[in-house]
Design a protein around this ligand. Structure first.
Ligand SMILES: Cc1ncc(COP(=O)(O)O)c(C=O)c1O
Length: 486
């Protein structure tokens, strides 16, 4: 196949050039029926590609033409047997992986720090989650992936599990020994589903961790939009045939997908795949070099520590994506959220996320030397302003404990509920989800028994101004729990 081709984008361009009279949706008709300010800002070119699944443009739900060809090229580029495009982000690709492999009452092994889409799918499937402890980094206060030992032990205790979910690499760019995890899971007939939201680029540069497909995984939900150059909301689901039936996967994905699929998003996947396949190695090499220079400079700033290869060592911390700059700010006596706010308000810099202890900055081939220099200068100034007065010798790092599951997430979600003050909820069964977003990792899930430790962690995040989300009450003073007698 010729990876320089972009069959879907080309089909759209050919179609737009013909300027057909359009008696179909979208009703804005190439922007003419739209708000003028929006139209002139976005531009007629983009709006002329905002089309629907008419015959010349193929149909994502039953591809036979340009979309099929574009997906085949993507499969070759990602080393998959089949690749399916998603216009609903990696969340829908993840839900597809879960719903295509587990059914009601069936066990699925999942790391506790999974994205909420895994849990949503578990509720929809009425599956029985077996939560596994990810490795924890006490210095940075973050969770990594699963160790080989944890996976082996879980498979030994639950040989009837229908699937294993792995996050690889994590948001912070840490990858586990995925090839070994896959080998162990396959030896007992369990397929491996990889949340590869943060790893689209991994297969395109030798200095990066192995991609899910390179490691032999069965499916991978991969955010092309996050680090691969396509538009927000566009992702792929990569599938290896063998333990998985690709046709069934396609049916499930179609069930979860809108019938109004955005062609702008689809075309952006087509061109991003071409860029990755043709020029990925050079582009990623540039991003790695840029990030490594920034890391070296940030390390020189008193009070700041950057995650790097020193954090590697175990099977859960096996490899690092150096383009992720995880910067611990706790020794400045500030939270990551404080630093995020200062960077925004005083320096016009936006970071990817912050938590109690860190900020995360993502470096890509879209960044310039000047962008990185601006970040380093700002961090140096902030450290100068705060460190002398407020530095703490050993700021304690805490992470929430993993609660016990009293009933399945689905039974708790649909059980009769009542609303109680968060502070008075110890021992009750949670009926909604509480998580910090980003990164969307749960603190409490439906079905779990609430502990004081969880409440303290929620309070600490709220006090720091971090985005705790999920419950009906946005202030999280009250939460929904399963009624006492149900
Ligand atoms: C680990 C992880 N998985 C899945 C997702 C969902 O990806 P998307 O936003 O493309 O739906 C995210 C989003 O941040 C994520 O961090």
């Amino acid at each position: 196949m010729n990876q320089n081709e972009t069959p879907l984008f080309d089909a759209l361009l050919r179609h737009a050039a013909r300027q057909p009279v359009q008696f179909h949706i979208p009703g804005h008709k190439r922007g003419r029926g739209m708000d003028n300010r929006f139209r002139s800002f976005v531009g007629d070119n983009a709006l002329s590609l905002d089309l629907i699944n008419i015959a010349p443009l193929d149909d994502l739900h039953h591809p036979t033409g340009a979309i099929k060809h574009a997906q085949e090229l993507a499969a070759e580029a990602f080393g998959a047997d089949y690749t399916y495009f998603s216009v609903q982000g990696t969340s829908t690709a993840i839900m597809t992986m879960v719903l295509a492999t587990v059914g009601p009452g069936e066990k699925i092994l999942v790391p506790r720090n999974v994205h909420k889409s895994v849990l949503t799918a578990i509720i929809l499937a009425d599956a029985h989650p077996i939560f596994l402890h990810p490795e924890v980094d006490r210095e940075f206060g973050i969770s990594h992936g699963l160790s080989v030992e944890t996976v082996a032990d879980a498979l030994h205790r639950h040989p009837d599990a229908r699937a294993l979910v792995v996050i690889n690499p994590t948001y912070f760019g840490i990858a586990a020994d995925l090839a070994r995890i896959v080998e162990i899971a396959h030896s007992v007939g369990v397929p491996v589903l990889v949340d590869e939201a943060h790893g689209v680029h991994t297969g395109f540069h030798p200095e990066l961790p192995l991609s899910a497909m390179e490691a032999g995984a069965d499916m991978a939900a991969t955010s092309v939009h996050k680090l691969g150059g396509s538009m927000t909301g566009s992702s792929v689901l990569n599938v290896r045939e063998g333990m998985i039936d690709p046709r069934h996967v396609q049916v499930v994905l179609s069930m979860l997908t809108t019938t109004s699929t955005s062609y702008l998003l689809l075309a952006s996947l087509d061109v991003a795949r071409k860029e990755l396949a043709m020029f990925g190695r050079d582009r990623i090499g540039y991003a790695i070099a840029l990030a490594n220079r920034a890391r070296a400079e940030i390390e020189q700033i008193p009070g700041l520590t950057c995650m790097d290869k020193r954090q590697l060592g175990g099977s859960a911390t096996y490899a690092l994506d150096p383009t992720k700059l995880t910067i611990s700010v706790k020794d400045l006596g500030l939270t990551g959220y404080d630093v995020e706010r200062i960077l925004r308000e005083d320096y016009n810099i936006e970071v990817e996320l912050s938590d109690l202890y860190n900020i995360l900055c993502i470096v890509s081939w879209g960044d310039s030397e000047d962008d990185v220099a601006a970040l380093v200068t700002a961090l140096r100034e902030i450290a100068g302003r705060f460190r002398p007065r407020e530095m703490k010798e050993h700021a304690p790092v805490t992470l929430p404990s993993m609660p016990e599951l009293r009933m399945t997430p689905r039974s708790a979600f649909y059980a009769p509920t009542e609303v109680v003050p968060l502070q008075e909820s110890v021992g009750r069964t949670m009926a909604e989800m509480v998580m910090v977003y980003p990164p969307g990792i749960p603190i409490l899930l439906p079905g779990e028994i609430i502990t004081q430790d969880n409440i303290d962690y929620i309070e600490a995040n709220l006090r720091a101004g971090l985005p705790v989300q999920g419950p009906d009450d946005p202030e999280i003073r009250m939460i929904k729990v399963v009624k006492q007698d149900s």
